[in-house]
Design a protein around this ligand. Structure first.
Ligand SMILES: Cc1ncc(COP(=O)(O)O)c(C=O)c1O
Length: 461
């Protein structure tokens, strides 16, 4: 009997929510239904998703940043098809593979010149786990320092370095000998490092949760302090890397040289799970220092041909289509256009970010009528106002986006880096219309607000 994914997909097209309710995480289905995001997407191309009725949606989530080159990019699809049909030897294990060597060379050419070696794994969190182990082994210290409100992943090691309380609650005890300092606080960092017992300081150049951009002297000083106290400086570029912020690596905005750069997400164009650590030769040569330690850290699927081929094709697309430049241009234009709206709208605090990593923050208004409406939402659930933006943005303007984190009034855009000027105008126009609507407290949007507050209060009980 023949087997066809296309047939399976078409035959069961309308069953996905039911299947998830029965066999997977039912809470996700509840969330989607509550906020009206329960669509049946049928096709995806570039920056767009299409539902069963052919409606086009602009995807500003890009699968949490993996589809930087757009969905189903033909160059990457073709590279993967070729890789599958070539009957290549894959994962021979007692061998070293050509494609991983080629990809390592390509990536290292984009990194600061102190980074000469690559380690591959299968996801962002695995890159963080590798960094923890490599830092401990190299420095012979155990303490790992991270920032408050950081996000580094959800396996036990990376979760121990993730500052957001909601992810940690109930999963302890976590990794011992970790600690946190406030982001963008050099005095706190120096205090924490001065005991000379910290193996590594891991930091996102721009924090993903909240899209927090540090002061210009922060990362250069981080580099200096880490050197001074013998701590390895680890830049988690899993989200910010590969063009996201308008530079290939976000660290380029500040010209710093970390001891390790962590990467994943966009590295394979979203097709195949992949992760990596670029590091100094010293770290690599210390961890893998003898033949009997050649396999002391690794993972069965790492360096698999599909991930490596997708990585090579993705980097080719980034360079040949000048996506870093486009990410900077369109992203910065969106940030500037939203900031120009601030004087007009009381709820709007600011837009911030760099390139295509964008936050729009809202705050309590000054006028009495709006103040009461804001207070009702905040009392029900801190950060609920964001849904007053995100739900109409999706339902009325077909723009898919998300909140920037729990309990904050920040909406986040993490679009593919291929947005056109037409997409930019789609975003700016629909954001403005949506924000303007929230300033009419007698309008239908506040019926939604009251419903959301009711739901949130019921949930709390
Ligand atoms: C900065 C950062 N680090 C680590 C991770 C974890 O990556 P993954 O979800 O691939 O495990 C993420 C994921 O969002 C991230 O944004």
């Amino acid at each position: 009997m023949s087997f066809s994914i296309a047939e399976l997909f078409n035959q069961h097209f309308s069953e996905k929510f039911e299947l998830h309710e029965q066999h997977l995480n039912n809470q996700m289905v509840r969330v989607l239904r509550t906020i009206g995001y329960d669509r049946n997407y049928k096709r995806a191309l570039g920056q767009y998703l299409y539902d069963e009725n052919g409606n086009e949606y602009l995807d500003l989530l890009s699968g949490f940043g993996v589809f930087a080159m757009g969905r189903n990019h033909p160059t990457i699809v073709s590279a993967l098809q070729e890789t599958l049909t070539m009957e290549l030897p894959n994962l021979v294990q007692m061998d070293v593979s050509l494609l991983s060597g080629l990809l390592a060379k390509e990536i290292l050419a984009t990194c600061p010149d102190n980074l000469e070696k690559m380690f591959f794994c299968n996801s962002g969190t695995e890159a963080v786990e590798a960094a923890i182990k490599f830092a401990r082994y190299t420095t012979k210290r155990s303490r790992i320092l991270h920032c408050e409100h950081s996000y580094h992943g959800l396996t036990m090691g990376s979760l121990s370095l993730t500052g957001e309380h909601i992810f940690r609650e109930g999963f302890g005890p976590l990794l011992p000998d970790t600690g946190s300092v406030p982001f963008n606080d050099l005095e706190a960092l120096e205090n924490a490092l001065s005991g000379k017992d910290v193996a590594a300081f891991i930091v996102e150049p721009i924090q993903g949760k909240g899209v927090n951009v540090p002061d210009d002297n922060y990362l250069p000083e981080v580099e200096r302090l880490c050197k001074k106290y013998g701590t390895l400086f680890v830049a988690d570029e899993i989200q910010t890397g590969i063009g996201r912020t308008g530079k290939f690596w976000a660290i380029e905005h500040w010209g710093v040289k970390p001891d390790m750069i962590l990467m994943a997400k966009a590295l394979s164009g979203g097709f195949v799970p992949v992760g990596g650590v670029a590091m100094t030769s010293k770290i690599m040569d210390t961890v893998f220092n003898r033949m009997d330690r050649a396999v002391v850290h690794g993972s069965t699927f790492s360096k698999n041909n599909m991930a490596m081929a997708a990585g090579l094709a993705s980097l080719h697309v980034v360079h040949s289509e000048k996506l870093v430049e486009n990410s900077a241009k369109i992203g910065n234009e969106i940030i500037a256009a939203v900031n120009a709206m601030v004087p007009k709208y009381e709820f709007l605090k600011e837009a911030r970010g760099k390139g295509s990593m964008i936050a729009i923050e809202f705050h309590a208004p000054k006028s009495l009528g709006l103040k009461a409406a804001w207070a009702m939402l905040e009392a029900a659930n801190k950060g609920l106002f964001c849904q007053m933006i995100l739900i109409p943005l999706f339902k009325e303007h077909r723009v898919l986006a998300q909140v920037a984190g729990h309990g904050m009034n920040v909406v986040k855009f993490l679009p593919p880096l291929i947005l056109t000027e037409k997409d930019r105008d789609w975003i700016v126009g629909s954001v403005e219309k949506t924000i303007a609507d929230t300033h009419n407290v007698t309008g239908s949007i506040w019926t939604l607000g009251k419903n959301l507050a009711g739901h949130a209060l019921k949930n709390k009980k």
